[in-house]
Design a binder for this molecule. Structure first.
Ligand SMILES: CC(C)(COP(=O)(O)OP(=O)(O)OC[C@H]1O[C@@H](n2cnc3c(N)ncnc32)[C@H](O)[C@@H]1OP(=O)(O)O)[C@@H](O)C(=O)NCCC(=O)NCCS
Length: 163
């Protein structure tokens, strides 16, 4: 099987796509352990403040990312997941690079949280240039911490206008 796959990444539109994305996230760790349900995931997908992109290979949705570009920490990746069975073939990297381009077009930082019990994803983000900001203790549920990470293009007030 090919190691490096190039998925087609685009905004989700249809209810079928929304359903596939909500299932992909809510049926996967870390969301299972965090107790995040299908309905909560669907609410996040439908939140007008969020943008949702799916990665397709041969018509199948194999990955999803939810981002928020407005708010206090603008440029926030809320959830990113690659379908089990499609992992470790650079699909996550392609999705992350795609949304970084989208976010860095408007913001100087990309922020995200990764669960303390998710060392694989921590390695994934470190490899792709993210640094730990700090630990948010008992942030989503009691007993688990979230690690806040950031990738930056530089200070906000020194940002060059992109024309
Ligand atoms: C984390 C996740 C999105 C990564 O996607 P992926 O397609 O498997 O990752 P990629 O193949 O693009 O990996 C890119 C690099 O990150 C590193 N990496 C990825 N997963 C890793 C893991 N579990 N452990 C250590 N390193 C990992 C690898 O070094 C890889 O580089 P390589 O080409 O040298 O192997 C995917 O594993 C996933 O969906 N996990 C479950 C959901 C999750 O934890 N999401 C993050 C929530 S914060």
């Amino acid at each position: 099987m090919m190691k490096d796959l190039r998925p087609d990444i685009r905004s989700i539109i249809t209810d079928i796509e929304k359903n596939a994305c909500a299932e992909l996230i809510s049926h996967s760790e870390p969301w299972i352990t965090l107790g995040i349900t299908y309905d909560q995931t669907m609410a996040s997908i439908n939140d007008p403040l969020h943008e949702v992109f799916a990665a397709h290979i041969h018509g199948e949705i194999v990955g999803v990312v939810i981002i928020q570009t407005e708010g206090a920490f603008s440029g926030y990746i809320k959830s990113i997941a690659v379908k089990a069975g499609w992992r470790h073939r650079n699909i996550g990297k392609s999705i992350l690079e795609y949304v970084e381009k989208r976010i860095f077009n408007e913001c100087s930082n990309v922020f995200l949280c990764v669960s303390s019990f998710n060392p694989g994803a921590q390695q994934f983000y470190k490899k792709l240039g993210y640094q730990v900001v700090g630990v948010l203790e008992n942030y989503l549920v009691t007993g688990y911490d979230e690690i806040l990470m950031r990738k930056t293009t530089g200070p906000i007030l020194e940002r060059k206008q992109i024309t």
